[in-house]
Design a protein around this ligand. Structure first.
Ligand SMILES: [Zn+2]
Length: 197
């Protein structure tokens, strides 16, 4: 999973080239690296022929933040994660996009279980079973922004931080949620559905 060469094809000029990619991201003492992962910039590479920015089609990635005890694993292989320390928050994700979302959530010092609960509430308000993604938190009143695909474009929805606080309350009243989120688990829409059928 360490340094590797990834073959890719430019989405703009169609030329093929290969880029070095390090699938193990240790952000321990490097807040700049963490920011580049959270923005998605880390996974972009500029085409040497035309300058277009392409997403590196990485199939493996391990994100490790030793300072905040966070590990996020993207791998098609089922990894043995027994070596992850007990006090770590460890998440399994199914894509680079999901990994970026988790980094955004944890970088904002938010709880991803609560964020999934927020999405559950928002889906109810939208009356649509859409795939919501957390984008960020901003402003003095900590407004949260989410996106979801609709009619082949991305819609944005902004909600007040009171939604997060309300959802944090729901999670506190359902301690089995945090219990189930311990260890290396996938925390997403389907995971939450197991509790709120
Ligand atoms: Zn190109």
């Amino acid at each position: 999973m360490a340094q590797m060469q990834i073959n890719m094809q430019c989405r703009s000029c169609s030329k093929e080239y290969s880029v070095p990619f390090n699938g193990i991201i240790n952000v321990g003492s490097d807040p700049e690296l963490r920011a580049r992962v959270a923005s998605g910039e880390f996974f972009l590479h500029e085409c040497p022929y035309c300058g277009a920015k392409n997403l590196i089609p990485a199939q493996n990635c391990l994100y490790h933040d030793a300072l905040n005890k966070i590990m996020i694993v993207f791998s098609p292989l089922s990894l043995k994660m027994e070596d992850v320390p007990q006090d770590y928050t460890c998440r399994l994700v199914g894509s680079i996009g999901e990994l970026i979302e988790k980094v955004k959530i944890f970088s904002a010092s938010l709880d991803d279980v609560v964020i999934e609960m927020c999405k559950y509430v928002l889906r109810g308000e939208l009356k649509k079973d859409v795939e919501l993604k957390f984008v960020g938190i901003s402003g003095a009143d900590s407004e949260m922004t989410f996106t979801y695909p609709q009619n082949s474009r991305m819609e944005m929805i902004a909600v007040g931080f009171n939604v997060y606080e309300d959802c944090a309350g729901i999670v506190r009243r359902n301690p089995e949620l945090h219990e189930a989120a311990r260890g290396c688990v996938t925390v997403d829409k389907d995971w939450l559905k197991k509790f709120f059928a």
